[in-house]
Design a protein around this ligand. Structure first.
Ligand code: GLA
Length: 415
């Protein structure tokens, strides 16, 4: 059920062609530059990044492509094939540009214009940006927890950086995109999503130390040894509605009581020592972060150790990883409070029978996708089990797909 390896490039090419075609059809010219940014899944380590913790994501074979060229009107314009909206245009010059971007409708354009503003600001360029035209195409499910927004932001920042030769180092793009989401989309996200989308590598996950903004490459098992299923519950989730920010606030409160800048500097023992000064919700959110960091490190160590030993039999390793994934899921449900009945159904159905090593929600939660780690020989049967149980419970179908790891952001001038 996985896309054959030789088809991955074909699918990526179709996304790029879609952006170029849309550019041509909308603006009547050939775009001089295209940037392509993948989506991501997080294997483990959620709701840790904004507390300086560990995450273990990988970039996957779903992409956003942004074609960019010199503007043909006074404003910057953007058009997307992802939603049925015409071009959005925005005056990015002069006083109040930030407010105009933050208030623009359709909302997707906030990510596009916001990334443009922030990458220009980071370049130190003093003269205003010339007007630019953008066209966006892609196959990343929007609002499903695989980071469609960071994929868009990174692709725009990469495209604008390349086409205007702004010279912003690649390593600065994650923080630029994170700032853009904070300022213009109203989402107080962590660094994980833009970080992995910029730095991801085929054949590996990255253990990201979000506090230090550093990573270690962690090889993942080969196709014959493990299969990842992505189950989209189609429960819409928006991260600017306050639920996500509320979890951050719980963690920040706990960190301040502990006297640390981020919870990743605290141990469970210290947390227990201040328990009486925390609300139950604050204590639990903080406990999630501390334990999730430990689980994430353990999974990374298991994968790294197995790769170094060149293990033949991955099963015991994957079984142990599966247990940690399930613990992570339960902690996100019980301590962080970010699961929902549809995600529970997917995880329970996946685990209710043979073939699945582990399952967990991936990303922020509140809906969106769950990830199932399977024995490749069992992929179809596990998928069917989940689909059937989900439809029986909720009377509509979830979408079960599989994914491959791919490289992070790439930009190409002169298509
Ligand atoms: C969203 C945010 C990330 C991270 C995850 C949860 O995807 O954008 O920064 O906090 O949720 O791990």
């Amino acid at each position: 059920m996985r896309t054959p390896a030789d088809q991955v490039g074909v699918r990526r090419g179709a996304v790029v062609a879609g952006a170029i075609e849309l550019f041509r059809a909308t603006y009547g010219a050939r775009p001089p530059a295209v940037a392509v940014a993948p989506a991501r899944v997080n294997l483990i380590g959620d709701h840790t990044d904004y507390e300086g913790g560990l995450a273990l994501p990988m970039t996957i074979d779903r992409w956003t492509a942004v074609a960019v060229g010199p503007g043909t009107s006074a404003d910057c314009r953007a058009v997307t094939a992802l939603e049925r909206h015409g071009p959005a245009s925005c005056d990015l010059y002069g006083a109040g540009a930030g407010d105009r971007v933050a208030g623009i409708d359709p909302a997707w354009a906030r990510y596009a214009f916001g990334a443009m503003l922030e990458v220009a600001a980071a370049s130190g360029r003093t003269e205003p940006l010339p007007p630019l035209d953008l066209a966006v195409a892609g196959d990343v499910p929007v609002g499903s927890g695989v980071s469609s927004s960071a994929s868009l932001g990174v692709a725009v920042a990469g495209a604008v950086n390349a086409t205007l030769e702004l010279g912003v180092p690649r390593a600065e793009l994650p923080a630029i995109c994170q700032r853009s989401e904070h300022r213009y989309a109203g989402v107080p996200c962590g660094i994980m999503d833009p970080y992995i989308i910029v730095h991801g590598e085929a054949g590996a996950a990255l253990l990201i130390d979000c506090g230090r903004a550093e990573h270690t490459l962690i090889p993942i098992p080969r196709d014959d040894d493990a299969l990842g299923l992505l189950v989209d519950t189609k429960v819409p989730r928006a991260l600017n509605t306050g639920q996500y920010a509320a979890r951050r606030a719980l963690c920040q409160k706990a960190a301040s009581v502990l006297g640390v800048a981020t919870l990743s500097q605290a141990s469970e023992q210290r947390l227990l020592a201040v328990r009486s000064r925390l609300s139950e919700e604050e204590f639990r959110a903080a406990r999630h972060v501390v334990r999730e960091n430990a689980r994430t490190r353990r999974v990374a160590d298991l994968l790294l150790g197995a790769a170094e030993r060149q293990v033949e039999d991955w099963e015991p390793v994957l079984e142990e990883i599966g247990v940690l994934m399930v613990q992570s899921h339960r902690s996100l449900r019980d301590d962080m409070g970010v699961s929902c009945p549809e995600l529970e159904c997917v995880v329970d159905a996946a685990l209710d029978g043979d073939g699945a090593y582990g399952a967990r929600l991936t990303g922020a939660g509140f809906g969106g996708c769950a990830l199932v780690l399977c024995d490749p020989d069992w992929g179809d049967r596990v998928a069917k089990r989940v689909e059937q149980e989900f439809e029986r419970r909720f009377d509509y179908r979830c979408a079960v797909t599989s994914f491959r790891s791919v490289d992070g952001l790439s930009t190409t001038a002169d298509h």
